[in-house]
Design a protein around this ligand. Structure first.
Ligand SMILES: Cc1cc2nc3c(=O)[nH]c(=O)nc-3n(C[C@H](O)[C@H](O)[C@H](O)COP(=O)(O)OP(=O)(O)OC[C@H]3O[C@@H](n4cnc5c(N)ncnc54)[C@H](O)[C@@H]3O)c2cc1C
Length: 455
């Protein structure tokens, strides 16, 4: 790497925003799980789109690879430079424009966190439709780049479904702007949709235009103890048929609940300790509470015990929100985090087969499962996995996912950690088309060259 590049970058963004000292760059070169530790020639922190474009122009000309980074909360190692790349951090692109109260949109810089976008929407009497436990750090550029899901997908769809417009800088510094607050616009390829989920390989997202939503007038939350995994989607179905809108539906296990209670010193939420818990938030007309209680009573064959909370149930949500943190704290090794999805009808069989396979083939791995159950999405967390066992156990879990017609990545992307298994999720033709798109947009492989299929 030419040493002059650091001074060229400093001329663009200011010396204070080119970090090279390993102590200062450490938080940009280690991922949230602690599994990926890399090294960067420099971390560059541009202030706006013009500076991002100039940084990329310089790196492209010098043949230097760039890893875009937002909040560095990604869980597949995609934001970590493992080969001395330049990290391009977008966190200074943090301007929120006024939400449009008529068109229900929010325009903001890629470095704005999800939590700030949620606050801005709330102040305008609206809802930002993406919510995840990493909300205080994850950025809008990051959620677009990973096509993040989270707990509200069931109601509002994933990030791609809510993305109206995008501004992104291509690898050579060209700025691509697709920016129209239109709900319908079929003039050619949907490039914002293509950038969503591209994991920093097609462009650096600098600005996003997202849909906002009208909040429900009445919503309630229930935490329900159930005997089987299959009881959870069955109950969600019953609640829908009772005339309720499902705002979120999360599955947790007894083992996960115990971990969280210990970690956060929380009381047991129910009178019993059931094998599985369904946290469900519903909305509807003025008698939503009555509809919810009535439906739970009628479903006595599925419901072992239940508690109901209003005001969006923050007390009940804390059990779910604390899972990732409690898992990280409880594992003696960096947890193996596999975020998978299967067809809804296959979730119970997948979980049963997985539990049996792990117990017989990897008895030391401690599984904690939770997830967005109505989307068929299970977060498989394996604690205490010895470093040498991480790859074999991952491969085995993914084989089971493929056997259940599922996907090895429900929402976190492929990044580094899932790259060896992409053939289980995509056909050879599919992978060739992805490579063709990538080499058309970034022929020199300047952007995140070491993740996703390249050549
Ligand atoms: C506690 C916790 C809970 C989580 N829950 C969920 C969940 O429910 N659902 C879910 O989907 N994810 C979840 N995640 C994963 C993570 O928060 C998301 O993937 C999030 O979208 C990452 O955003 P980020 O800004 O941190 O991106 P980063 O981690 O910085 O980057 C992620 C990827 O996007 C690329 N990238 C980042 N910014 C840009 C940009 N501006 N332009 C181009 N490429 C870019 C990076 O190169 C990398 O490949 C969770 C993570 C944690 C730690």
């Amino acid at each position: 790497m030419p040493s002059s590049i650091v001074s060229e970058l400093a001329e663009i963004v200011g010396a204070a925003h080119v970090l090279t000292d390993p102590d200062t760059t450490a938080r940009y070169t280690t991922d949230w799980t602690g599994r990926w530790h890399g090294r960067a020639t420099a971390v560059v922190r541009p202030a706006d789109t013009v500076e991002v474009a100039r940084v990329l122009e310089v790196c492209h000309r010098a043949g230097v690879a760039v890893v875009p980074q937002g909040g560095n909360t990604g869980l597949v190692g995609g934001s970590i430079p493992m080969h001395g790349e330049i990290v391009l951090s977008v966190t200074r692109l943090d301007r929120i424009e006024d939400p449009d109260p008529v068109g229900h949109t929010l325009a903001a810089g890629a470095g704005v966190t999800v939590a700030r976008a949620q606050d801005a929407a709330r102040e305008a009497g609206l809802i930002f439709g993406i919510d995840l436990a990493a909300r205080d750090s994850a950025t809008l550029g990051g959620i677009v780049a990973t096509n993040a899901g989270g707990v509200r997908v069931i109601k509002y769809g994933d990030t791609r479904a809510q993305l109206l417009g995008v501004e992104a800088v291509l690898s050579d510094g060209t700025v691509l702007t697709r920016w129209k607050a239109l709900r319908k616009d079929n003039a050619g390829y949907h490039l914002p949709g293509l950038l969503a989920g591209s994991e920093g390989t097609l462009g650096v997202v600098t600005r996003v235009l997202m849909k906002l939503h009208v909040p429900p007038s009445h919503s309630y939350c229930a935490l329900v103890g159930v005997r089987t995994v299959g009881a959870a989607p069955a109950l969600v179905d019953l609640l829908r048929r009772a005339g309720l809108t499902i705002e979120a539906a999360e599955l947790m296990t007894d083992a996960g609940m115990r971990l969280v209670r210990r970690h956060r010193a929380l009381r047991a939420p129910l009178r019993i300790e059931p094998p599985y818990y369904l946290l469900v938030e519903v909305s509807g007309p003025a008698d939503t509470e009555g509809l919810l209680l009535g439906a739970l009573e009628r479903a006595s064959d599925l419901v072992l015990d239940a508690t109901v909370d209003d005001e969006r149930g923050r007390r009940l949500w804390s059990y779910r929100d604390s899972h990732t943190e409690a898992i990280n704290a409880a594992s003696s090794t960096p947890p193996v985090k596999l975020d998978i999805t299967t067809p809804l009808a296959a979730v119970e069989s997948f979980v049963d087969t997985l539990t049996h396979t792990l117990a017989t083939e990897f008895p030391h791995a401690r599984p904690i499962l939770f997830g967005h159950i109505a989307d068929g999405n299970v977060h498989v967390n394996l604690l205490d996995v010895e470093p040498g066992q991480a790859l074999p156990v991952t491969g085995r879990v993914f084989e089971l996912v493929a056997a259940h017609e599922g996907s090895i990545s429900a929402e976190h992307g492929i990044g580094r950690s899932k790259a060896p298994w992409i053939h289980l999720a995509r056909s050879a033709v599919d992978i060739e088309v992805m490579k063709a798109i990538r080499s058309g947009v970034d022929p020199t492989l300047t952007l995140n060259p070491h993740i996703l299929p390249a050549r």
